[in-house]
Write a protein that binds this ligand. Structure first.
Ligand code: PRP
Length: 181
């Protein structure tokens, strides 16, 4: 007899109202740090797209955006640490105030690689904004300047984060568990 697949169970970790408040708070911190100077947001596809869209609309500064996509290998128990750019930025960042916008800082492999690559392109300033931080999983040290929430080591989905491309459209951020049928 064919085995039934485990059911997926979602438990809310962060409600949309909490997320909205936090994004506003991060925007105020950024405005305070940049004193009306123009900002260039670099969104890491795809998970950060919703955080980017909300943060962008909160910022009362002249702001431009660009997108970059990476793929990483060995994200299982033995990460190889290899990260590759699959879609590069459309524009030069030389001389700009750049903030890398990321949904989640997990092992740190993606951000430590991208920070190094983007730093070589001579931005005026380079900072990192990550909505979620899972410090327990860190393999590479990364200094994020703006962090929304520190979360436990659980698999989270929603607000841009996916499981096999599902759940990115959830308004809350939820912990995903598999339940045996
Ligand atoms: C996730 C997330 C971050 C990265 C963080 O992306 O969106 O970009 O992993 O992990 P790390 O700190 O361990 O490097 P994913 O590869 O799932 O792609 P996606 O954003 O397109 O869903």
């Amino acid at each position: 007899m064919a085995r039934k697949r485990p059911r997926e169970h979602l438990k809310v970790l962060l409600r949309k109202s909490q997320i909205r408040r936090k994004v506003r708070h991060l925007a105020r911190q950024i405005e305070h740090d940049f004193h009306g100077e123009p900002l260039h947001l670099v969104c890491i596809l795809k998970g950060a797209c919703i955080f980017l869209a909300d943060l962008l609309r909160e910022l009362e500064l002249p702001v431009s955006v660009d997108f970059i996509a990476v793929s990483s290998y060995g994200k299982g128990s033995l990460p190889s640490g290899e990260v590759r750019i699959t879609k590069d930025l459309d524009h030069s960042i030389e001389g700009l105030n750049v903030i890398i916008v990321e949904d989640i800082l997990d092992t740190g492999l993606t951000l430590s690689y991208l920070y190094r690559v983007l730093q070589q392109r001579k931005p005026r300033t380079l900072r990192i904004a990550a909505l979620l931080d899972k410090p327990e999983r860190r393999l590479k040290e990364v200094k994020a300047d703006y962090i929304g929430f520190e979360i436990p080591n659980a698999f989270v989905v929603g607000y841009g984060l996916d499981f096999g491309e599902k759940y990115r459209n959830l308004k809350d951020i939820c912990v995903l568990d598999s339940v045996e049928p």
